[in-house]
Design a protein around this ligand. Structure first.
Ligand SMILES: Cc1cc2nc3c(=O)[nH]c(=O)nc-3n(C[C@H](O)[C@H](O)[C@H](O)COP(=O)(O)O)c2cc1C
Length: 319
């Protein structure tokens, strides 16, 4: 498999990042991805109890990951509306995390502090102008995420196929493609569009090492191509599995519900209900449109090996 400049920058073998996933990017998952040659990311809320302390949880997760791998791994920090963001930034710096992936927020806020501490900074973007501004702020890499992706998406709803080449043309730092990638074909396509690597989320949910509820993993395996939907455009577009909650949000949106009404319905932690507690009717299950292609719960090693093994075959088929 092609060794890109992302591999050299992060000290990894394959240009594959496991995306941060709010309740379920746990230490065991991140360590397994790093041990298999990619870059695993831990989310501060992974496995945390409702209204738990993200800082304490992150410290525990970091200890577990360090006991499971000697390879580099990182932390995902969504910035916006995070009441503990200052403490989380300080924790990442104090614990000498190697890589921080910031998302949903302004890269101007923390990039220089991370860089001064010797931490590699990656920022998630969903439009060319945001990639350029992240580059100006000194981030090392941008992850450009198309709206096929599971979870929160960019307001302009650009697809991975259109976003990646435009971002690649607009910045000089490495670009990682995210959204809709789950096998070697997707990786080859992303690299053909000029990306230096890929980030995958949904594929890694359906692995043994991920602490997502079994019901959520099985729902991904059962899902077809049309089983996800973008909801919550007023709050920020979010791709989730179609279920009762998705239908209710869409009904409310069609009836002109206000932001306050939508927030009141969603309450706090409804995504935990779906992803971690496995209540697939009442929870929000963040899920990418590629779910329809995922037919089996596998080990992380199998997922990565299958991509690496099939990469050359896909390339050969193009000659
Ligand atoms: C269950 C789930 C939770 C997610 N939570 C986060 C998150 O907390 N922070 C973040 O930056 N991205 C989050 N994402 C996005 C992923 O990191 C990744 O970019 C995305 O899943 C890639 O698209 P894919 O789902 O098509 O692979 C989440 C995705 C999923 C599926």
């Amino acid at each position: 498999m092609k060794r890109t400049r992302l591999c050299d920058l992060l000290g990894i073998e394959y240009p594959i990042i496991q995306g941060g996933m709010v309740w379920i990017a746990n230490a065991e998952l991140a360590a397994a991805v790093s041990n298999a040659g990619g870059l695993g990311l831990i989310s501060p809320t992974a496995g945390m109890s409702r209204n738990g302390n993200q800082v304490e949880n992150l410290k525990q997760q970091l200890e577990i990951a360090k006991s499971l791998t000697s390879k580099p791994f990182g932390v995902n920090l969504p910035i916006l509306n995070n009441p503990q963001i200052e403490e989380l930034v300080a924790t990442a710096i104090d614990t000498k995390v190697k890589v921080v992936v910031t998302a949903a927020g302004n890269p101007a806020l923390y990039t220089s502090r991370f860089k001064e501490a010797g931490i590699k900074v990656i920022h998630v973007v969903a439009a060319v102008r945001h990639a350029q501004s992240a580059e100006k702020r000194g981030v090392d890499v941008v992850i450009a995420e198309g709206y096929e992706a599971g979870g929160h998406n960019g307001l302009d709803e650009l697809t991975t196929f259109t976003l990646i080449p435009q971002v690649v043309d607009a910045v000089t730092i490495p670009v990682v493609a995210a959204g809709g990638i789950a096998d070697a074909r997707g990786v080859v396509a992303a690299l053909a569009l000029g990306a230096d690597g890929v980030q995958m989320g949904t594929r890694f949910v359906a692995t043994h090492e991920c602490n997502a509820h079994q019901n959520f993993k099985e729902a991904i395996v059962k899902a077809s191509d049309t089983d996800t939907v973008i909801t919550g455009r007023k709050l920020g577009p979010t791709r989730i599995l179609k279920n009762e909650v998705a239908a209710k949000i869409m009904d409310m949106e069609a009836a002109g519900a206000s932001v306050e009404e939508l927030l009141a319905f969603l309450g706090s932690n409804r995504s935990r209900t779906g992803q971690f507690e496995g209540d697939m009717a009442n929870g929000e299950a963040y899920c990418g449109a590629i779910a329809g292609m995922i037919k089996e719960i596998k080990s992380v090693g199998e997922v990565i090996r299958s991509i690496v093994d099939n990469y050359e075959t896909v390339l050969t088929s193009l000659r």
